[in-house]
Structures are given as C-alpha cells and as structure tokens.
Design a protein around this ligand. Structure first.
Ligand SMILES: [Zn+2]
Length: 322
C-alpha cells in the first residue's frame, strides 16, 4: 500500500513534469522564434494567403507579445501585410517568413485596428515603398493611446519591447476601397464602431478570404473596446459576405466560421440583455459586474482576463440608451 502510494505519486509527478514540459514548450518555442528573429510559423489556408497564429494568451515575456494573428497576401506585383504583431521582433520575424515565400516588395501594411498586439511590429516594415493603410479614425485613436500603449509594452516585456513602434497610416479608408496587388484585388471595408471605433476588414476577391481583425474572436473571449450593439450589427454583415476562408484576429483560420460568429453573437447578446436588465432593476455596475455574463465563463479562453472589463464597457454603453 505504501509502495503503491509512492508509485502513484511518482507516476503523477512524472506525468505532471511531462505535461509541464509540453505546455511550457509551446510558448518558449514561439518566444525563441521571435527573440532570435527566425521566421515565424505560417499557415497557408488558401492560394497566396499566409497566416501566423499568435498564442492564445495575454502579452507576456513567455510569448514575447506574439498573441495576435498576422500575415500577408501575395499578388503578382506586390504583397499586402495584414497586421504586424505585438513587437518589432515579431514584425521582423514575420518579414523573415514572408521573404522565404516571395521576393516581391511589400506595397501595403494594412492595420485592422490600433490595438498594440496587432501593430507594434510596424517598425520592421517601414520603408520608402510601403504604404501604411488604416481606418479613417485610426490616426486619432493612435495619437490618444500611443504613449500609454508604449509604457504598457515596456512594463510587460522589458527589453523584448525594444524598437517597437506603431506607424501613423497615410492611406485612410472611409467606407470601402479596393487595392490591386497585381492580378489580385483586395477589398477593404471600414466599419462603424464595433470591436473598436476603427475596425477595418480585408477581403481577398480571388480566394474569398476574409481577414476580420478582431471583429471575430475564435475561442478567445471577445473584447469590447467599442460598442456591443454596433458589433452585433457587424456580425450579420460579416456573415453575409459568404467568405470561403475566415482569418479571425485570435484563434484558428476557419473554413466555416458560422459557429465562431454564433458563439461571439451569443456572448455579446448575453452581455447586452443582462446589462439592460441590471439597468432596469437599478443595480449598480459595482454590484452587477460579477454576475453579468457569468453563464459564459466556461465557454471561453481568457475569460478572467477580459470579461469584467467587457461588462463595464457594455453597461456604460447602454446606461443612457433610454
Ligand atoms: Zn483588438
């Protein structure tokens, strides 16, 4: 009995060590890639479409800020990069991966929105021939947040944040705009306030690939930095695009994104309806914040990191709607 217990304990310790090794290996590998500026791992879900999946985590030393999906589209004339990652090192590693696939120039760097995990890699792409593209409201958002983002990155990543900068875009999109990469047209759409007030999507007409930026979170709890009501309206319009491939801002590339959109819609609807109920009942935010949306807790990764902030955002959004 005694021996058996020791045996079980040893087995448990061994399994635990193996698990820790396996779990630990993933972020360390990603971090080593970034720190060593070796090319990032890419997926190739459709012809000429390359995606690097960020870690499902918040920005931390273990992942080197490599937490958002980033990538590029290759035309016959040039390449459009879509988001550049959370640090200059991530951007540099993306460029190294890009150079293994094509020697064509990068004519556009397109920002899906201003959040730092998607845009601090810009410094790797600054050059005479590269035009930075974003939603018309991006410059104001960047001006307001740049310093705060920079300080937070330094605090979270220390030396790993070195050289990271978000470029001020010079080609701004209101409504829709098409760009030609050479025998390949991509359609950009600037959305009304949803995930943020400067969400921009990219649709590749040839492969019907939709890059949603953070208008779609797959598996990772959605983050509300804009308006939940606007976001719910955007979800219907995004589904109506009938994309063959969908690249979310976080989570795996999808062939059939209906379930991911449905999960995200359900989460936002729960937030909206429970915040409205709390407001009708005269329940303060401080009292309601732990109860609202708690039914969603087991359904999402990183729920604890973002959900309370979402409740605060949606409660505040709805507070004066009547
Ligand atoms: Zn975002």
């Amino acid at each position: 009995m005694h021996a058996l217990r020791i045996g079980s304990l040893s087995t448990a310790v061994l399994i635990g060590s193996l698990l820790a090794l396996l779990l630990g290996a993933l972020p360390i590998t990603v971090n080593a890639d970034v720190a060593g500026k070796s090319p990032l791992l890419l997926e190739n879900p459709a012809d000429g479409i390359y995606v690097h999946r960020g870690a499902m985590a918040t920005t931390a030393a273990e992942n080197g800020g490599d937490i958002a999906n980033i990538g590029f589209i290759v035309g016959s004339r040039c390449v459009a990069v879509i988001d550049t990652g959370g640090t200059q090192a991530v951007g540099t590693a993306l460029l190294a991966a890009l150079r293994k696939r094509t020697d064509k120039p990068v004519c556009y760097v397109i920002h899906t929105h201003v959040h730092p995990d998607h845009s601090f890699g810009d410094a790797a792409f600054v050059g005479d021939a590269t035009v930075f593209v974003a939603h018309a409201r991006f410059p104001a958002a960047l001006a307001a947040r740049r310093e705060g983002y920079r300080q937070a990155l330094d605090r979270l990543l220390g030396v790993q944040a070195a050289g990271s900068e978000i470029a001020m875009p010079t080609l701004l999109v209101e409504g829709e705009r098409q760009l030609d990469l050479g025998d390949r047209v991509i359609s950009l759409k600037a959305w009304p306030t949803a995930h943020t007030n400067q969400d921009l999507t990219v649709f590749d007409l040839r492969t019907k690939t939709l890059w949603t930026g953070d208008l779609l979170f797959a598996g990772h709890v959605p983050v509300v930095d804009g308006k939940a009501i606007g976001w719910l309206a955007a979800i219907d319009a995004l589904i109506a695009l009938n994309a063959a491939h969908v690249i979310p801002g976080h989570g795996p590339p999808l062939r059939d994104a209906a379930t991911a959109f449905a999960d995200q819609r359900r989460y936002l609807q729960v937030l909206v309806s429970e915040c409205r109920q709390a407001l009708r009942d005269g329940v303060t935010l401080a009292t309601a914040v732990d109860a609202i949306g708690s039914v969603e807790k087991e359904r999402w990764l990183l729920f604890e990191d973002y959900h309370r902030r979402n409740v605060t955002a949606v409660y505040t959004e709805l507070e004066w709607e009547n």
